[in-house]
Design a protein around this ligand. Sequence first.
Ligand code: P61
Length: 885
Amino acid sequence: MAIHEPHKIKTVRLLSFPSLEERKNHLARARFNVFNLTPSQVTFDMCSLGTGATTQEQLAGSLIGDEAYAGSRNFEALQNAVQEVLGHSYVCPTHNNLGSVKLVVSTLVPPGSVLPSNARTKLDVLNPMGVEYPDTRDHTESVFTGNMDLEKLEATLEAGGVAIVGLQAFADGQHPFSLENLRGVRALADKYGKRLICDGSRVIENAWYIQRHESGQADRSIAEIVKQIVKTCHIFQIDGAQDPKCNAGGIITTDNPDDHEKLINEVVVFEGLHTYGGMAGRTMEMLARGLLEMCEEDEVHWVMHQTERFTQRLRDSGVPLERGCDGAYIKADEFLPHIDKHAQDTLSAALYLISGVRAVAHGLVGRDRLVPVQIPRLGMMNEQLDQVADAVVSLLEQRDEVTGLQATASGTWRDEMEYRWVYPDLESYSFDTFPYEIHTIEKVGALTRGQREKAIRGAGYNTFLLRSADVTIDLLTDSGTSAMSSDQWAAYQGVRASATASDEYGRLVQALQDVTGYQHIIPTHQGRAAEHILSQIMIEPGQLVPGNMYFTTTKLHQELAGGVFVDVIVDEAHDPESDFPWKGNIDLDKLKALVDEHGAEKIAYISFEHSVNMAGGQPVSMDNMKEVYEYCSALGIPVFFDATRFVENAYMIQTRDPRYSKVKIRDIVREMMLYGDGCTVSGKKDFLINIGGVLCFRENAEWARAAEEMLRVYEGNVTDGGLATADLAAIARGVEEMVDDRYIKSRVEQTRFLGDLLLDAGIPIVTPPGSHAIFLDARRFLPHIDQDEFPAQRLAAEIYVETGVRAMERGNVSKGRDPETGENYRPKLELVRLTIPRRVYTNDHMRGVADGIKRVYERRDEIKGLRFVYEPAKLRFFQGRFESL
Ligand code: P61
C-alpha cells in the first residue's frame, strides 16, 4: 500500500532556480562560503532549524500573540502545553536553545566544572563558556548509538567536579539513546546527587527510534515515550525551532520548584521576564501549539519515513554518510578524499555550484568532518528529496574534478571563513519538479473504513453531501481549492482595504492586461457572475450560442438570457476512448452548417472553452482557435473564450504542438487570446486563488461600458466586482505565478501522473488524460450496472468508502432528465471526475489514490447500482440522495 502525507498543503513557498551563471556570481559574492548565500539564491536549502512547514493552526497562533510584557495569555498556553505534553510542572521560557544553555550554565554549572555528555555539538558553546565537556558516549553500541557509557560516566562522577549530567536526544543529530540507558544514567546521577538534564530538541525522533527498536516499546505511543523521557530527567530543554516546528524560541522545564526559582531569577538578566523569556507572544503561541501537535503519530511516522528514504537513496549510491534523525550527514573527507583542506566547505560549494542545493556545516571550524544535508521538517515532497539526493550523487560521480577551496581569511567559526576558488568544470544537475516548498499544512480526515461506510450512507451516496472533515484526499473539484503562496498571502495581508478604487485594482488590471492582451478588465466575484453579465449584454432572445460542449453554469446563463446553446465540439470529444489530442476543438463544419442554416445574425457569439471541462479537461489547438476566429470575424460573429483553464490549455499546446515546444507559456497564452474578442474566467482555477473571476474585452469599449453598468447593479464597484480588496491583491499575484513555466508543467504533469498510474493498472479512463482531472469511465468500469442505476454515482461513493478519496459524478445524474419525455438523458459520457487541486497534493497522494481505485477495480463485480430516494427538480446532482439496490 502506498504511503502518503497525513496532511495536505495549505500554503506554498515559491522556490528560486538560479542559473549556473547566477550561481557562480552568488558563490563568488559569498566568498565561496555557502553560509553567506541567501534563500533567494538557493533552490533547496537543506537545513532543518526553523525552516520547516507549520500547521495552519500554528500559523494562526502567530497572529494571536498577546504582546504583553508580563503574564501574557500565550505564556499560559505554553505552560498548559508543557504540563500536558511533557508532564513537567514548571517552565522557564528563553529566546532559543542557546538561551537555555546559557541559563543552565549560569545557574547550575559553576565555572571550571565538568559536564559529561553524549553529544559533541555543544562543544561549540560550552568550551568558550569555560565548561569542561567530556565525551561519555558509548562508542561501542551499534543500535542506540547515543547511549552513555555508564562505566565511564561513573568514573567521571567519581573523579569529582561534575556539575550536572547532560544528555542530548538524538545526540548531534545522529545518536539516539534508549530508555533503559536513560534510566541507568538517571540512577547514577541520583547516586552522586547530580541533576540529569536532557536537551530534547529532537525528542520526537528519539522516541520514534525507541518505539521502533527498543524491546517492549513497540506498542507504546510516541506521546507516552516522550513523557517518560522528560519525567526521567530533572531538567528538560527543547529548542522551539526543532520538534515544535516554531521559527524560534526555547523552554526549560522541571518538576523541582527550587531549580525553577533559580532559573526564573536568572532569566531576567539574560533573556527577559520569566513569562516571556525573550520570545514574542506569538512565538510562545506557535511553540505551545507545536508542542501539542508534535507527538501526533502519523506526522512523526511521515517525517521519519522521509528521512529514512532519503538517507537510503544516498547510501545505495555509495555516498559516505552517517544516518541522521533529520537527514544524511555526509562524511566530507571520504566524499572528497583528494581534498585535504576544507573538505566540508568545498563539498558545500561544489554541491551549490552544480545544483543550487545548499548544505552547510555550522559551528566551530574543525569540530567534525560532516556536512549535514537536513530535511526541513514537513517542508519537502519525496520527489524533491529524490532529486536532491540525485544531485549529491551526481557530484559524487564527478568528484575527481572538484578542486579544493583556498582560504583567504580564517576564523574559529565556520561563518568567518572566506575562500578563493577556480571553478571546476562540472556538469550541472537540473531540477524538474514542483517549484515550491510546503509552507503550511492542513490535517486531513482519517476515518476508518467502517466510519466511511456510515458517512456515505448518511450522505445518501452523494459525495457533495460528505463533510470535508471526513475526507482524506479531496478530489471533488479544483475550484477555489488551490494552495496560495506565501507571496500571495503577503500581498493579501498588505492591502489597504478600500470601498472605492485601490492600488490592488490597478495591479490586477495591469497583470491581466499583460497576460491576456485585453484592454478592459472587469473583476467579478467568480466565474458565473461574469457569465451572467456577458450573456445578458450579448444575447438577444432566440439567438443561438454555439460552443464546444456545455458547462452547467455557462449554459444556464445563456438560457436565462433567452439564448439556445448548440454543441459544436468535435465528435471525438464524446468518445472516451478516442486518443485525438485536441478533443476540445470546435468542429468548423458543424459551425458552418449552423451559420448557413440560420444566418450569422442569429448567432449571439461563440462560447469557446479552453481545456473543456465536461469533455475531460481536453485542450483546443492553436490552429482551431485561429480558424474559428478567422471564419467568425469575417462574418462579424464575436468569439468569447471561457478562459477558466487557459494556462493549462497553453501547456498542452506547448507539449503537443511542436511549433510551440520552445515558446514560453506566457507567450502562448498571449497568442491564444488574440483569437477572441473577450473572455469570462472563473479565477478559482488557473489564477491560484480561492475566490474571484473576471470578464474581459479586447478593445470594445461599448461592451465594457454595458458590462460595468450591470456590474454596479449585481456585483459591486467597477473597481472590485464585489471582491475584498485583499482578494484583488491575491489575484494579481496569482496571475503572475500561474504563467510560470515550471509551475504549469508540474501542475499538468501531476494529473498525467495519476492518469498513467491508472492506465498502467488497466483501469478505464478518458484518454488522453486531461489537464485538471482524470475521468474514470464508469460504463467500462461497471458494465453490469445499467445507466439508470447510476454507475458513476455509485463508483464515486465506492471510491470514498475504499480510500477516503472524494470524487464527483459527471454522468446520468448530472445531466438530468429530458423535460419532454421525463426519462434520464443517459449521456454517452458516464464519468467520475478525480479533480486535482493546484499545489495541494503530492505525487505520493496520487499513488495513494491510484492504489485505492485499483482495489475498487479488483472487486468491481460485487458493486451494485443505486436508486433515488430524493430527487430535486433542478441540478439534482447537488442535493440528490440515493440508496443501494
Ligand atoms: C468545477 F459541479 N467549475 O469544475 P464559478 N466555467 C468553467 C468551470 O469549470 C466553472 C465555471 C465556469 C467548477 C465548479 C462547479 O455544476 C457545477 O467560479 C469551465 O464556479 O462560478 C466552474 O465558475 C463557473 C462545479 C460549478 C459544479 C458548477 O468544479
